[in-house]
Design a protein around this ligand. Sequence first.
Ligand SMILES: Nc1ncnc2c1ncn2[C@@H]1O[C@H](COP(=O)(O)OP(=O)(O)OP(=O)(O)O)[C@@H](O)[C@H]1O
Ligand SMILES: [Mg+2]
Length: 502
Amino acid sequence: MDEIILQMKNITKKFPGVLALDEAQLEVKKGEVHILVGENGAGKSTLMKILAGAYTKDSGEIYFKGEKIETLSPKHAQELGISIIYQELNLIPYLTVAENIFLGREPVSERIPGQIDWKRLFDSAQEILNNLHVDIDARAIVKSLGIAKQQMVEVAKALSLNSDIIIMDEPTAALTRQEIENLFDIIRRVKQKGVSIIYISHRLEEFSEIGDRVTVMRDGKTIATLDIKDIKMDELIKLMVGRELKEKFPKIHLDIGKDIMRVANLRRGDVLKDISFSVREGEILGIAGLIGAGRTELARAIFGFDRIDRGDIYVDGKKVNIRKPWDAIKCGIGLVPEDRKGHGLVLTLSVRSNITLASLDGISQRQHINLKKEASIVKDYIKKLNIKTPGHEQKVASLSGGNQQKVVLAKWLLSKSRIFIFDEPTRGIDVGAKIEVYHLMNDLVKNGAGIILISSELPEILGMCDRILVMCRGEITAELKREDATQEKILYFATGGGKYVA
Ligand SMILES: Nc1ncnc2c1ncn2[C@@H]1O[C@H](COP(=O)(O)OP(=O)(O)OP(=O)(O)O)[C@@H](O)[C@H]1O
Ligand SMILES: [Mg+2]
């Protein structure tokens, strides 16, 4: 089945100060899963937004099912059979799931013209959801659903449109392993029906699982299109970043110092049951576990976001009283939250303001901000993290998804913390930038900081941590030394296989 359904030729798109697409090419076959990869800011989302009619191209040609398409609006694209699930989801939060799925094409009553047939609306939506094997009530309000379920609503919507091409922009970024499996099953099923999927992801291990071909983008250009089965991962990475990446995990080994923070018998309802552990100077302590194990809850509790029922926190051996985030910050604790869009960024402010936001307090004590110093610090971080932006005055909203995440990271790295809690810090970040983040972590521990690294990516936990705690259902079920830890062991304790006492 080699029928070409889509051709995008020489697509160019400029934004003020940025050449987002530079004669990009894309060719998609009927019924294939076509992976689109590239570093943060390479132009993946922009190319897809053009295909979906959300952005207009400056130049280039698009052929869909053999016909040249001149202009494209979102509605037109949808009618032609192109649907998209955006990186930043696009549902209307206060409407029901069913209304979102059928937005703008609600079934109308046969008896009363112009009236929505609510029963049919809910029934058809429920049928689509059931066919996807997802446990979602069509009558539920979208806002009440978690990210993973919202993602599934987007999938349901795309499927209900009977599209020929479904674009998925980083669909698995917030999904659990189980949910990912489920999504992949769905992808395989729709593929069988001849639907083509364009799939964007930074998770390289997924490509061979579902991909047929891959197109690599770099700096707005398409570098190559290859069959997945013919390509080695290392070669693919080299094409993406334009150089060889030596070490994926640049772990350094330091002499671990004394306890910098100790948590004793922390309890919060039944989400956190009697948690005790300590982090030491110069140490990266990993916390592994499945989603829902209580890792993010633990981070939030330590940081003062959520109230605890009982338990004590000691910093440098002294008991501290943390009731709100500000108390934690004063104790030298920094949290890079999992939900960066919600807690990490002010989208309408500049890159500079966002980076210095958490450190302004220290600066304004001296009555005015040292602008020169601020600019040089910001420049330094933009360079270190390779944040792709035309300048530091650019609004964060216009950066690519991954580059927005780097801005949040910079903000916390700049704050004067000594204890860092990183909750999924490399989610949505490209391979090259991940390594930069690890180097920055190394710099922090070299300077005596202690890091708690919460991550769902086991290779990252195994590659970067000195010691690993495993959580399951609100408890610490194992503490493993770096030398003793393996993926299998971690999974065993993460899934409730037992408790390990060293
Ligand atoms: N609306 C916009 N206004 C200004 N610049 C934009 C806009 N949208 C994208 N850009 C810029 O275009 C370039 C490509 O961005 P794009 O979002 O396509 O990257 P991406 O490959 O999807 O990256 P990521 O992996 O981080 O999601 C970036 O430099 C980005 O800052
Ligand atoms: Mg993107």
